[in-house]
Design a protein around this ligand. Structure first.
Ligand code: GLC
Length: 378
């Protein structure tokens, strides 16, 4: 089974892939991976014991973001580069003789269609992005939706993502957490007022909305501490600078911390975890991570997040309107006003998330899908 991912940078889908690799039952599957660039994911996958190689894309192709990829796909020079890369990749894949090709990023999904056809291998897509015009350029949406009928199977990370591929039979596999990421018991700690966001700094994650909401919260709770943990990636450095400027007058009431590997420790230091994405998030792994650490969650009601924060009819946190600063502030203040109530809900969230989102379940669903796909073309 061959995994293809175009990026070796650590986005959410790549962190999910690393955990999946660790969780695979190697008596049942024999995975290996090929990345289209070198980067931190390379070592991380290697450390899971899955052999991993690199088939480099030209840096220009690798750097095309979703917007420009959609616009430039018709440009002859880009088309020629994609063709050359696809031919090189195909001959590498042919030598590896996988029984199945599994792609985990949009660029790999699209190139995977050609590689699978040329090598006559079954293809399984794992889609981590919402295929929707509020998330991707329209040309990309059309192309991906059209081609999503080709793979032997399409796995998606949430019902929210599934809804963006209408008419396509999909398998839902929620990204799962590892046992050691979760607290063994819900925390018992004194109520404080540290309110924070953890994640990549980006307009799609909503740090600007969070800072604006925090300003309102501080009027009501002047002793609250605001915390933003994360680094800018994928060209969001200007946005990061702008948000910091916007927050300058908050002085030492706001703390900025760089991205760290130890998300658990960062979460344990929070009394309220905020997920402020103004655009619908396909899934939202960090929300699950907050739940399994027993931290009360305030999150925007969009994309995959309501699926995570609801178990049947029970609401496991506070949902607010995406992009609405006043509603976000209201949600945070509600949690701060009733710490016992927030802790009780967080305890239910802890239990529910532990049961619903283990990576063992993800691995079982994904492996079963691979097997069905491989069998369907034999
Ligand atoms: C992508 C999505 C994110 C999801 C992750 C894992 O990074 O943007 O919402 O949690 O993949 O599926």
């Amino acid at each position: 089974m061959l995994i293809l991912d175009h990026t070796a940078r650590l986005g959410g889908a790549e962190l999910a892939l690393e955990r999946l690799c660790k969780a695979l039952d190697r008596k049942v599957v024999d995975p290996r991976a090929l990345l289209f660039e070198d980067g931190p994911l390379h070592q991380r996958i290697r450390r899971t014991g899955v052999p991993v190689g690199i088939e480099p894309m030209s840096p220009r192709l690798g750097q095309l973001d979703r917007g420009s990829a959609g616009r430039l796909s018709g440009c002859p020079r880009v088309a020629a580069q994609v063709t050359r890369f696809t031919i090189r990749l195909t001959s590498r894949v042919r030598r590896l003789r996988p029984d199945l090709i599994y792609t985990t990023s949009l660029k790999a999904d699209l190139i995977g269609i050609a590689v699978a056809a040329l090598t006559r291998r079954p293809l399984v897509w794992h889609v981590h992005d919402r295929i929707s015009p509020d998330y991707l350029p329209v040309t990309m949406v059309r192309l991906v939706r059209l081609l999503s009928r080709v793979p032997a199977a399409v796995i998606v990370n949430s019902h929210a993502t599934a809804r963006t591929l209408p008419g396509v039979p999909v398998v839902i596999a929620y990204p799962g957490y590892e046992q050691e990421q979760a607290l063994a018991a819900p925390p018992r700690k004194a109520a404080g007022r540290v309110v924070g966001m953890i994640g990549r700094i980006s307009p799609t994650k909503g740090q600007a909305e969070f800072v604006a909401a925090a300003r309102l919260v501080l009027e009501e709770y002047p002793d609250a501490q605001i915390r933003i943990v994360g680094a800018a990636m994928f060209g969001a450095e200007d946005y990061a600078r702008q948000v910091r400027r916007q927050a300058e007058d908050l002085g030492d009431r706001i703390t900025w911390l760089d991205f760290t590997d130890d998300v658990g420790a960062q979460l344990d230091a929070l009394d309220v975890f905020v997920h402020a994405s103004p655009v619908p998030e396909p899934f939202g792994q960090v929300v699950v991570e907050a739940m399994i650490r027993g931290v009360p969650v305030v999150a925007t009601r969009a994309g995959g997040v309501p699926e995570i924060l609801r178990d049947d009819d029970q609401l496991l946190g506070i949902l607010v309107e995406p992009g609405d600063v006043t509603d976000l502030a209201r949600g945070i203040s509600t949690a701060l006003a009733d710490p016992e109530g927030a802790a009780r809900t967080a305890e239910q969230a802890w239990a529910s998330a532990r049961e619903r989102f283990s990576v063992a379940q993800t691995a079982a669903t994904v492996t079963a899908t691979w097997r069905r796909a491989a069998a369907s073309v034999r």
